[in-house]
Design a protein around this ligand. Sequence first.
Ligand SMILES: Cc1cc2nc3c(=O)[nH]c(=O)nc-3n(C[C@H](O)[C@H](O)[C@H](O)COP(=O)(O)OP(=O)(O)OC[C@H]3O[C@@H](n4cnc5c(N)ncnc54)[C@H](O)[C@@H]3O)c2cc1C
Length: 445
Amino acid sequence: MRIAVIGGGLGGLTAARALVGAGFDAHVLEASPRPGGVIGTSSVDGFVREHAASSFLGGAAHGALALCEALGVPVEQASPRAKRRWIFLDGKLRALPSNPLQLVRSDLLTWRGKLDLLREPFREARAGTDESVHAFAARRFGAEAARAIVAPFVTGVFAADAHDVSLAAGFPRLAALDAQGGIARGLLKQAAKGVVRKVTGKGAASGPRGMFAPRGGLGTLIDRLAGELGDRVHTHRRIGELAATERGVRVDGEAWDAAVLAIPAEDAIGLVPTLPAVAMRLAAFHRAPAAQVYLGFAADQVPLAGDGFGFLVAQGEDLRVLGVVFESTVWPDRAPAGQVLVRCIFGGSRDPDAAGLDDAMLIAQATRDVGIALGARGVPTHASVVRWSRGIAQYPVGHRDHVRAAVAAARSHRIVLAGADYRGPGVNDLCADGDVIVEELRSWT
Ligand SMILES: Cc1cc2nc3c(=O)[nH]c(=O)nc-3n(C[C@H](O)[C@H](O)[C@H](O)COP(=O)(O)OP(=O)(O)OC[C@H]3O[C@@H](n4cnc5c(N)ncnc54)[C@H](O)[C@@H]3O)c2cc1C
C-alpha cells in the first residue's frame, strides 16, 4: 500500500518509520522546510535551546529510549543535580517531597493536608466514567495536595488547569492504579514485583528509569529519524486537500491507497471540506499556544537555578510564568562556562493570552518572574523567545470518547489519525504510536 503521511512532526515521522518497517510504501509530506514540527534544537550565543520537548522518561517499552537505541542516537541521563523539583506556592519556592520523611518535614502542605494525603491508601477504589485530574486528586489525596502538588504537575504536562484535563486520557496509569485499589497500594505492588524480578530474574524488565535526552538535544533524534527515511520525507509540501475516492484517498489531486493525518487536528479540518463527518469529529481537539523565553545569566546572578530540575507555579500566584526549567543544570553543556540557561514557559490553556504577548513583553515578564522566584539579580546575558500557536495538545474529560469517534469516522475514508492530539502528547507516546498505526492499517487489509 502507498501511504501519504501528512505532517512531518515527530508523530508523522514515527508513523512513517513504523509503516516502512512493516512493509508499507509510506511518504511524509511536510509543509515546512525542515521536519520535526515543534521539536527542534538551536544554539544561540552558546546557549542550546530546545524548541518544545526536551526530555523523556526511560522505562517505556516502546518509547523514545528504545527508538534512540534503534537509530544509534546517543542519549544522556539528566544530571543528578536536577533531582529536586520545586513548587512556587504562597509566594515562595517549596521543595516537592520525594519520600514520606520529606513529606513530614515539607512546608508544601499544612499538617491537615499531610494527614489527608496519608489517608490515600484507605480511600475506596474507583473505576468507571472519566473525571478531571482535579476531581481525582481531591478525592484521593485531599483538596490541599490537589492544589499544591497535583495541579502544578498537570500544568507541567498539559499547561492546563487540572479541572480541564481527563484523568483517563491524560494520566492513564493513575486511573488504572485508582481502579486497582489506590495509588500507594499500586505503587507498593509494583515495587514488590520489581524486587521479585531482581531476586528471581523472572518477569519482563522495563528498561532503565530516569529522565533522558539525546546528546545535543531532541533535534538529533529528528535528524536521525528523517535521515533514515531519506527521500521518503518531502519538505515544502503544504497539503491543501485530502479527499476520499472509491478505493483510497486523493491528496492534492494525487491518488494514494490511504493517508495518515499527522498534523494538528485544528489545521486538518480545513483539508477535508468534502468529508464533513471527519471535519466535525476533528473539531473536538485543540492545541493550546505556548511561548518559551530563554534567559541566560552569569551563574552567580541566580544561584538557586543550580539546584534542581526547575519549578512549577501553583494557580493564583503573582507570577505569570507557568513553570521554569533549569536547562543547564539538567543538561550541563547547554550554557557557556560560568553561565546558566533557564527556560520560562508561558501560555497553555491556563493563560493563552500570555503566548500572544510580544517578545519584549514576554522577556520583561520572564525576567521579573525569575527575579521574584529565584532572586535573579541584574540583566540577563541572553534572552530569546520561541513560540508555537499550536503548542500543547489538550485532553479534556471525555477525550477518549472523542478519539474513538474521530478514528472511526476517519477509518471509513481510509484515513488514520496520528500525532499528539489523540493517544498521548508526549515523546514516548508518539514513539509508541507507530505500532498502533500499523495495526490500524493492517486491520483494513
Ligand atoms: C513548549 C512545549 C514543550 C514540550 N515539552 C515536552 C517534553 O518535555 N516532553 C515530551 O514528551 N513532550 C513535550 N512536548 C510535547 C511534544 O513535543 C509534542 O506533543 C509533539 O512534538 C507534537 O508532535 P506532532 O507530530 O503531533 O505535531 P507537530 O510537531 O505540530 O507537527 C505537525 C507537523 O505538521 C506540519 N503541517 C501542518 N499543516 C500541514 C499541511 N497542511 N501540510 C503538510 N504539513 C503540515 C507542520 O509543519 C508540522 O511539522 C512539548 C510541547 C511543547 C509545545
